[in-house]
Design a binder for this molecule. Structure first.
Ligand SMILES: N[C@@H](CCC(=O)N[C@@H](CS)C(=O)NCC(=O)O)C(=O)O
Length: 86
């Protein structure tokens, strides 16, 4: 992947392909809550998850991953938050 995974403009970034039921849950939740978000395809045929940039966000290399400001949150059952919030 040649893109910078921190390129997004929206306050909430959702990483993951819509063919993943776990990604759909997060997108559905964000929509129900009326949150502005940007989603970027990752996982499955889109790849991305094995790149060092993505693994820095989510070492599990799974989707979805949620990015909120400077915090990276693995939306999976393992739940992880990292990064600095100011
Ligand atoms: N319970 C999992 C949910 C995440 C998960 O299993 N995601 C699958 C898709 S539903 C995944 O990333 N598969 C690899 C891929 O899509 O490349 C977790 O702990 O994160």
């Amino acid at each position: 992947m040649a893109t910078d995974v921190r390129r997004g403009q929206a306050p909430l970034q959702i990483w993951g392909r819509l063919t993943s039921i776990n990604v759909r849950k997060v997108v559905w939740c964000a929509q129900e809550l009326g949150l502005a978000f940007q989603r970027t395809d990752a996982g499955g045929p889109f790849g991305v998850v094995q790149t060092p940039e993505y693994r820095a966000l989510n070492p599990n290399a799974l989707v979805p991953t949620i990015e909120v400001d400077d915090a990276d949150v693995d939306a999976g059952t393992g739940g992880r938050a990292s990064g600095n919030r100011t």
